[in-house]
Every structure is written in C-alpha cells, then in structure tokens.
Design a protein around this ligand. Structure first.
Ligand code: ASN
Ligand code: ZN
Length: 327
C-alpha cells in the first residue's frame, strides 16, 4: 500500500492503486425536497478489511471518536455543497450512500477513494496526523467518486492530473463553504492540519502557490508546478505517481485559483459552476482529455452558461493563459 515518507519521498506521489472503474452513466435526478445524505462511518480498527465495524449512521449521535465524527461531518459538508449549490443528489446524482472508514491500517499516512468508499488513515503521529483533520481532504476523496460517476478522467498523465486537480477543486470549495469564505479570503491550501508540528510545511498542497506548501528535510519539497513551464514529465506507471498526477495537478489547480479569485465572491458560485458543468456534461470531455482539451471544454461551459464575451469567459481565458495552457 502507501509508501512511508522516508528518503525525501514526496507524500503526494504514492503508488496507491485505486480499484476505481468508470461506472455506467447514471440517470441523474433532481434532488428530492426531503433528501439528506445517507452516511455511514465505520471503524477499520487498524485493519485493512473494509468497511469495518459500523459506528455512526445517518442521523446518529456523535460517537465521541474524533475521526468518526470528522468523517461524518466532512461527508455531510460535501453532500450539502453538491445538493444545495449544484442540485446534485450525491456523487452519482441518485442519492448514492456515502460510506467512510476511519482508523484504516497501522500508522497509515494517506486517505483514498477505493472506487466505492472513502478510507482514512490515522497517520503515523510523527509526520502525519489523521487524515480526517481537514475537511478538504474528505472532500477531495469524495470528489474522486464524483469524477468516477461523471467525466471518468483516466488516472494517468494529464487526464490523471486533471482528476487529481478536480478533487482539490471540490475539496477546497467544500472547505471554503464550511468556513464561509470568499475566494479572496480563502487560503487555498489542501490538507491544513494533516502535518504534525515536526514537519516544515503548512499543508499538502497550495492552489494559490503550488510548490510552496512544504519544504522539509525528510519529506522533501512540495514538487508541484504552477505553470506549464514547470510541467514534470514522468513515466506513466504507478511507481511514478501515474505520470505525476499529484504533481502536475498544480497547473489546473492554479488555473482554478486564478479564475475564482479574478471573479471574486464565493468560488463555488461561478468558477465552481463552470468546473461542475465541464465535468458533468456528458460527452464534453473525453476520459483521456489533455490540459488543453479540458481548458477548451471549460470555455465551452463558461460561454454556454454566462455568454460569449462575459466577464466569466475573459477571467477564464486569462487564467489558462497565465498557467501556460493554450485551449
Ligand atoms: N490521497 C491520494 C488521493 O486521493 C491517494 C491516491 O493517491 N490515490 O489522491
Ligand atoms: Zn486524489
């Protein structure tokens, strides 16, 4: 499973194999007026059998286990963003139950979506705290499910970096909405609270300034580029983060940050809507889309919804231009 953070291994580049397969296109429906999330949080009890022991179900009382309750709240915050802002009932648009497992394995320094559910490690306690600390990490993992049910972006190379970036975009929007922040107020960090005090770094990634989130003697330096000038070419295999999907995601991440902050206000209102439309409009992006192809698709979404020559279109063009992606 995940590689331990030793020898300067970038923590963002683990060869975690996802069981994720693209699901058949579902028939989405409007969110029923009385809809709620359908959450269940389980305790893997430091083993790797999933989902583990059911601890908290929808509507159940706080368990007193911080990881369980953080996961429950984070799953809820993500569901509410999708339902209330985008009119989508869960990841598949059909009320898919949200399943999370905490206390996965021993000293496990990661979190992941396994194709069916969210899984969170407790961290080793030396470099990493538990992965439910940051609501954006929870949103990130859930968004892998959203991507699976929508654009189905292939988890390698540029489409893989777009898959990773989409998860950061959703995770960041979930956190900004929980905190009630505008794009200008937000710190655009992913995974604040995941590092222990021992680590020289503030978070796992920065969308505002990719490459600056950490610089630590053991973990190494945040390897993310912010623009195409820094694009990292790696072999497309699991030992190389599937071609740097957690590295080059810095580029579309930064484009989204530039777009959202240029528009101002809440990131999920217009910038998020453009990303949502791009990922959920059937046939708009192929699974193996390039950065340029995705950028072009975002412009189609922006002009369809906000009009040719709109402020949204020009902010978006400028954002892609600043990161060196030519739609
Ligand atoms: N936490 C990582 C992620 O969601 C796990 C992985 O590499 N699949 O991207
Ligand atoms: Zn991810």
């Amino acid at each position: 499973q995940g590689r331990r953070p030793s020898g300067g291994q970038a923590i963002v580049a683990w060869p975690l194999q996802s069981r994720a397969q693209s699901a058949p296109a579902p028939t989405e429906r409007a969110v029923p007026a009385d809809a709620t999330p359908q959450r269940s949080v389980h305790d893997a009890q430091h083993g790797t059998t999933l989902p583990g022991v059911l601890v908290r179900e929808e509507g159940g009382q706080a368990s007193g286990d911080t990881a369980v309750d953080q996961a429950y709240d984070g799953l809820g915050a993500t569901w509410h963003l999708l339902a209330e802002v985008f009119g989508r009932d869960s990841l598949d648009g059909q009320g898919l139950p949200l399943v999370g497992s905490v206390h996965y394995a021993q000293s496990y320094d990661n979190a992941f979506w396994d194709g069916e559910q969210m899984v969170f490690g407790d961290g080793d306690g030396i470099y990493f705290n538990g992965f439910t600390q940051s609501v954006d990490v929870i949103g990130h993992e859930l968004a892998h499910g959203l991507t699976q049910y929508t654009a189905g972006l292939t988890y390698v190379g540029q489409s893989g970096a777009l898959n990773e970036s989409a998860s950061d975009v959703w995770g960041s929007m979930v956190r900004q909405r929980v905190l009630g922040q505008t794009a200008e107020e937000a710190d655009w960090l992913i995974g604040v609270g995941v590092f222990t005090d021992k680590v020289q770094g503030v978070a796992l990634r920065s969308m505002a300034a990719p490459g600056t989130a950490y610089d630590d003697p053991v973990l190494g330096k945040d390897p993310q580029p912010a623009t195409m000038a820094g694009y990292v070419v790696l072999p497309h295999d699991a030992d190389n983060d599937n071609g740097g999907v957690h590295i080059n995601s810095g580029i579309p991440n930064h484009a989204f940050y530039l777009f959202a902050t240029a528009l101002g206000g809440h990131s999920w209102e217009r910038a998020g809507q453009v990303w949502y439309d791009t990922m959920t409009t059937r046939g708009l992006v192929p699974r193996d889309v390039s950065f340029a192809g995705f950028a072009a698709a975002t412009l189609v979404s922006a002009t369809t919804r906000y009009g040719e020559g709109s402020e949204v279109e020009s902010a978006l063009r400028s954002a892609w231009d600043q990161v060196g992606v030519d739609p």
